[in-house]
Ligand binder design. Structure first.
Ligand code: NAD
Ligand code: UDP
Length: 339
C-alpha cells in the first residue's frame, strides 16, 4: 500500500516507541482481548516492542483508549471496539484472552454481564482459536481458590468458593472459563495456557478501579483517610505489573498446559499495607476501619514453584519499587484530573 502511495502514515506528526525489527518467521499476529485495560495495555506495549503485530479487542467497559494511544496508527497495531460476548473472526497465531472486569466494584456492577463475558466471551475466543489454530491463553485468577483453606495456594488446590455470593459472578465465571479452556483442549485439541493471576498493581490502573492499591494511593495523595475494610488482618500478596507481563509471555511461549500461578509471594495484612502507603506517601492521613465486605478472602499467597520450574520465572520487582512508580503515576492523574 505504501508503495502505491494510497495508505501512508504521517510519522512526522508522531513518534512511536522504537520497536525491534524481527524476521517474518519470528513475527506473530497476536490478539489481546481487554488490551485497553490495565494489564492488557502493558502486555500490548511489550509485544509491540518485541516486534510483533498486535490486535486489541476491547469494549472500553473499564479500559481506556488513553492506555494504548501511543500505538494508534502504528502499522503493526490495530484497535477494534468489540464486545467478546459476540463472536469475532480474525487470522491470528496467538490469543491472550484478558477481557473481563477485574475489580470487585466493576465486576459486581452488572453480575450477569460479568458471567456472560467470562462464559460466552471465552467460548467465542476458544472457538476462534480452534478455527484458526491459534494458541490460546486465559487470564484466570487466584479467585478460583475463593477464601482458601490451604495456604499458600498451589495449583492443585480446588478452592473454596461461595457459588451464590456477591463475588460468585467473577469467581465462578473464571472457574467455568478454565473448564471451557480444558474442554476445548481435550475435545478439539486447542493449544491452551492458563495463568492464575494474583493481585497485581501498577500504573494505568483505572482511578475508579476500587481495588486496594489504587484506593490507598489516591486517598493518601488527596489527604483523605485510608479505608480499611474490616479489621485489616486479611492478607494479600501484591505483584508489580511488569513481572506479570514477563510471566504471561513466558507462559504463552513454553509447552506446559497446566494452570500456572503468577504472583509475588510477598504477603501483607491490609493494615500493614495501609501503613506502608501512609508512610511512603503522606504521613498526615489517618487509617480508618469500615465494615468488612461479604466473602472477603482472608489469606492469599501464591505458591509459585510451578512457574519457577516450568518458566524459570519469579518476580523481579519488590512491592516497594512498584509502589514508588505507581505513586508517581497517580500523582499525575490526580493533578491532571483535578481529583
Ligand atoms: P481491567 O478492568 O483494567 O481490564 C479489563 C479489560 O477488559 C478492560 O479494558 C475492559 O474494557 C475489557 N472488557 C471487559 N469486558 C469486556 C467485554 N465484554 N468485551 C470486551 N472487552 C471487555 O482489569 P485488569 O486488571 O487489566 O485485568 C485483566 C485480566 O486479568 C482480567 O481477565 C482479570 O480477570 C485478570 N486478573 C487481573 C488481576 C489483577 O490483579 N489485575 C488479578 C487476577 C486476574
Ligand atoms: N480493601 C480495603 N480497602 C479498600 C479496598 C480494598 O481494605 O479501599 C481490602 C479488601 O477488603 C480486600 C483487600 O483489600 O481484603 C484486597 O481487595 P481488592 O479489591 O484490591 O482485591 P481482591 O483481592 O479482594 O479481589
Amino acid at each position: 500500500d505504501n508503495e502505491q502511495g494510497t495508505l501512508t502514515y504521517d510519522h512526522s506528526r508522531k513518534k512511536y516507541p522504537p520497536i525491534r525489527n524481527i524476521s517474518s518467521t519470528e513475527k506473530k499476529r497476536i490478539l489481546v482481548t481487554g488490551g485497553a485495560g490495565f494489564v492488557g495495555s502493558h502486555l500490548v506495549d511489550r509485544l509491540m516492542l518485541m516486534g510483533h503485530e498486535v490486535i486489541v479487542l476491547d469494549n472500553f467497559f473499564t479500559g481506556n483508549k488513553r492506555n494504548i494511544e501511543h500505538w494508534l496508527g502504528h502499522p503493526h497495531f490495530e484497535l477494534v471496539r468489540h464486545d467478546v460476548v459476540d463472536p469475532f473472526m480474525i487470522e491470528v497465531d496467538q490469543i491472550y484472552h484478558l477481557a473481563c472486569p477485574a475489580s470487585p466494584p466493576h465486576y459486581q456492577y452488572n453480575p450477569i454481564k460479568t458471567v456472560k463475558t467470562s462464559v460466552m466471551g471465552t467460548i467465542n475466543m476458544l472457538g476462534l482459536a480452534k478455527r484458526v489454530k491459534a494458541r490460546f491463553l486465559l487470564t484466570s485468577t487466584s479467585e478460583v481458590y475463593g477464601d482458601p483453606q490451604e495456604h499458600p495456594q498451589k495449583e492443585t488446590y480446588w478452592g473454596y468458593v461461595n457459588p451464590i455470593g456477591p463475588r460468585a459472578c467473577y469467581d465462578e465465571g473464571k472457574r467455568v472459563a478454565e473448564t471451557l479452556t480444558y474442554a476445548y483442549a481435550k475435545q478439539d485439541r486447542v493449544d491452551v495456557r492458563v495463568a492464575r493471576i494474583f493481585n497485581t498493581f501498577g500504573p494505568r490502573m483505572n482511578e475508579n478501579d476500587g481495588r486496594v492499591v489504587s484506593n490507598f494511593i489516591i486517598q493518601a495523595l488527596k489527604g483523605e483517610d485510608l479505608t480499611v475494610y474490616g479489621e485489616g488482618d486479611q492478607t494479600r500478596s501484591f505483584q508489580y505489573v511488569h513481572d506479570l507481563v514477563d510471566g504471561l509471555i513466558a507462559l504463552m511461549n513454553q509447552p506446559c498446559q497446566d494452570p500456572m500461578n503468577l504472583g509475588n509471594p510477598d504477603e501483607y495484612t491490609i493494615l500493614e499495607f495501609a501503613e506502608m502507603i501512609r508512610d511512603s506517601v503522606n504521613r498526615g492521613v489517618r487509617i480508618i476501619k469500615l465494615p468488612s465486605t461479604t466473602d472477603d478472602p482472608q489469606r492469599r499467597r501464591p505458591d509459585i514453584g510451578r512457574a519457577q520450574h516450568y518458566l524459570g520465572w519469579s518476580p523481579k520487582f519488590s512491592v516497594g519499587q512498584g509502589i514508588g512508580e505507581t505513586v508517581e503515576y497517580f500523582r499525575k492523574v490526580v493533578r491532571d484530573n483535578d481529583l
